[in-house]
Design a protein around this ligand. Structure first.
Ligand SMILES: [Ca+2]
Ligand SMILES: [Ca+2]
Length: 479
């Protein structure tokens, strides 16, 4: 994706506007689409019913993983203001973190909900953890409780019912955030394999059972489809604790040893999964050059609250927050993030750069290095946005910006050149569709016209058919 400071925006003063001539027997007019039927992003969340903005947020994470590190800061609530850490970072670096870390501990459900909503309103991302005893309260209980796991994990027991009654409070708060359109990076039962919190004390098998139990309860019974499940290991990343790909979306490791946590990175990489990875807690954040040298470009790092953030070396903190490799609040805009689904099964074609042109007066054009990008700053209004990629038929979407934000997600999809019916290949059925258009038996409409015009002359005729045929025969490939 494209990020403002890393953007390769070309101010194409010389770029010709794409006014095409339509002068043939069977020519077609440029079509514009406002929105396709459904979301078709590449990355799959564990919850197939996750809502669209949650899917889009996950695409944003997957697209940036190993390329940019997102800044995240855990808040405290007892230092005079819950913005104690945010104010400190802003004063020290001139920036704010892109993601805010919150904690339901001590029953602060309504406070977390209101601060998470406010942060979301500012365009930020939200992650929530929970220091809780089995039946409630905070940090002390999370460390001291020691359950009888066989009773606790058996449905119908008093122990189970009491635990779930506590879960209901968190589920209710998360549901309020769902109603407010807030996606949550939900990080329960963190550092489980360290076994210092009650949720890890029963060993790996009880933990896996507990994690899946909460996952199923929140997703299926509570209907929470705004969660991105973050599985936060300790620094050790002990083997045997992974609940499975269908029960989490992001894996993480933490350490307070002032390193980039390369040890945790390597152990997570060795797990049989390719989920994005987060450095979900740390004390002193290392320099960006350390992360680059170690090659562990985590999805995000989260510095812990109070003394942990103020204990950071100020000049390093400032350098990290102002690095081109690091994303801060002013540099992310998930609302204006556009993910383009390249409709193909060929891996080699899935990561093509996308050229984006707008019909605005400045004639803005830019090329994104991947199939996703953040819209450049445009004045409020309606634009025709044309997306093109080398192997794909160009497509124009009408987008509307209101209050600087996309009014609706274009859910952009590009088909391969010549793939008229959109089934990810050229076959006899595509040729048939083009033939019957030329013979005016059945006219193609909308984007199918652009897919059929492989000779790119704004007409559908015999030369398109010829090119498609020779692609089918492998004589001259279109892509
Ligand atoms: Ca086809
Ligand atoms: Ca043509």
């Amino acid at each position: 994706m494209i990020i403002k400071k890393a953007a390769t925006i070309v101010c194409a003063a010389v770029m010709m506007t794409c006014v095409q001539s339509f002068s043939a027997d069977v020519s077609y007019a440029e079509s514009t689409e406002t929105q396709s039927s459904s979301y078709a992003g590449r990355y799959q969340l564990s919850d197939p019913d996750a809502n669209d903005s949650t899917k889009k947020t996950y695409d944003f994470i997957c697209d940036n993983f190993e390329r940019y590190i997102i800044t995240c800061q855990q808040e405290s609530t007892w230092m005079g203001s819950p913005d104690y850490e945010m104010n400190y970072i802003e004063k020290t670096t001139g920036k704010l973190p892109a993601m805010r870390g919150l904690d339901f501990m001590n029953g602060d459900f309504s406070g977390v909900v209101s601060r998470a909503k406010a942060w979301h309103e500012k365009g930020g991302l939200v992650t929530i953890c929970w220091h809780t005893g089995i039946n409630g309260n905070g940090y002390t209980e999370s460390l001291n409780d020691s359950p009888n796991f066989s009773k606790l994990l058996t449905k119908g027991t008093t122990e189970y019912k009491n635990m779930v009654a506590n879960w209901d409070k968190a589920a209710d708060a998360l549901s309020q955030l769902q109603d407010a359109g807030v996606t949550v990076f939900w990080r329960p039962f963190h550092e489980f394999d360290g076994q210092w919190f009650w949720w890890g004390k029963g060993g790996s098998q009880n933990f896996i059972k507990l994690w899946r139990m909460m996952y199923d309860y929140f997703t299926n019974e509570k209907g929470l489809h705004n969660l991105i499940w973050v599985l936060g290991y300790s620094g050790d990343v002990k083997s045997g604790w992974y609940p499975g790909d269908s029960y989490c979306d992001i894996i993480g490791s933490d350490t307070y040893d002032n390193t980039t946590n390369l040890k945790g990175w390597n152990k997570l990489k060795a797990l049989d999964t390719d989920k994005p990875m987060t450095f979900h807690e740390c004390g002193n954040v290392p320099s960006v050059s350390d992360f680059e040298a170690d090659g562990d470009i985590w999805s995000w790092f989260m510095i812990w609250h109070t003394d942990y953030i103020t204990g950071n070396d100020k000049s390093n903190l400032k350098a990290v927050y102002n690095s081109d490799k690091v994303l801060t609040l002013d540099e992310i805009s998930v609302d204006n993030y556009v993910y383009v689904t390249l409709n193909t099964n060929k891996d080699s074609l899935m990561q093509q750069p996308i050229t984006v042109t707008f019909d605005d007066t400045d004639n803005t054009e830019f090329t994104s290095e991947s199939s996703a990008f953040t819209l450049p700053e445009l004045k409020d209004g309606t634009y025709k946005m044309t997306l093109s990629a080398e192997s794909f038929a160009p497509r124009t979407y009408e987008i509307e910006l209101s209050g600087g934000k996309l009014a609706s997600d274009p859910n952009a999809v590009l088909n391969l050149k010549g793939d008229v019916n959109g089934d990810k290949n050229i076959s006899a059925s595509d040729l048939l569709l083009v033939k019957s258009h030329i013979k005016q038996v059945k006219l193609l409409e909308g984007y199918a016209l652009s897919c059929a015009d492989v000779a790119k002359d704004s007409k559908i005729n015999a030369s398109d058919l010829l090119k498609m045929k020779s692609h089918l025969k492998g004589v001259s490939l279109l892509w």
